[in-house]
Write a protein that binds this ligand. Structure first.
Ligand SMILES: [Mn+2]
Length: 253
């Protein structure tokens, strides 16, 4: 099973990485056959081609399914943030910042917002926030917040679906603020990782959200593989593409 971390608008890099693993043809069709590929979320913002990456993931999902393979994606906080900016641009948080300003401050790409359509939002809403498979718990962020949204993977996913659906801006804003936590499983966060696995199942966690270089001695451009820590309990797949990382496709054994 292949895992791709945070893309953040780096469409060309994404294409190169998938082609290098022979998951994508030169004309950008699914070449993976029965292979399985999971995107960890944060397709958009901080780079110019986020929505193109979204479009690609949406199409590959269909193409892989008809080839007997599987492509799936988790929803990341930047998808939530872009939807918030689209649905509630003038909503102000307690500091007087609007959703639109917050999205811009966090690397929002105007071209993406202009091109965003209800079908994209419907797709984001269809995505799970967490996924359990092969004794592995996949989630976008290394943060505590998921624990507040359900006792099971299904409950957490239902909460996110509701918040992206008919919930108001207050709930969306609260969820977005909780995503400002990074590195929650690092160092003393081993306990938090164990708590996740106890509640939701699995023997290890795979996450993105925090570029690998932030918790290693590597510079962004030196990050060429996932960061496994706490003896393999946690695996960070965020290659920090928007920070100049070459990126990688992680193969889960
Ligand atoms: Mn993120």
């Amino acid at each position: 099973m292949y895992i791709v971390g945070d893309i953040h608008g780096q469409f060309d890099r994404l294409v190169e990485l998938l082609q290098a693993k022979e998951l994508l043809t030169p004309d950008l069709s699914w070449a993976g056959g029965e292979a399985e590929l999971l995107f960890i979320g944060d397709f958009v913002d901080r780079g110019t081609d986020g929505l193109r990456a979204v479009e690609l993931a949406m199409r590959l999902e269909r193409e892989a399914a008809s080839a007997g393979g599987r492509v799936m994606s988790l929803v990341g906080n930047h998808e939530l943030l872009m939807v918030a900016a689209y649905k509630f641009p003038a909503y102000q948080d307690e500091f007087g910042e609007t959703m639109l300003e917050s999205w811009q401050r966090n690397g929002g790409e105007p071209r993406d917002l202009v091109s965003l359509e209800p079908r994209h939002i419907d797709w984001f809403q269809s995505l799970p926030a967490m996924h359990l498979e092969r004794q592995t718990l996949f989630l976008h962020a290394d943060a505590e917040l998921y624990l507040d949204y359900g006792q099971t993977v299904e409950e957490v996913n239902a909460s996110f679906r509701r918040i992206l659906g008919d919930a108001g801006p207050d709930e969306l804003n609260k969820l977005l603020e909780a995503f400002s936590e990074h590195g929650g499983f690092e160092a003393g966060g081993r306990k938090l990782a164990r708590r996740y696995l106890q509640r939701f199942g699995g023997r290890r966690l795979v996450h993105g959200h925090t570029p690998v270089d932030k918790f290693s001695l590597l510079k962004p451009e030196q990050v060429r593989e996932a960061r496994s820590y706490h003896g393999g309990l946690c695996i960070n797949v965020d290659g920090g593409l928007y920070r100049g990382g070459p990126g990688f496709v992680f193969e889960l054994s």
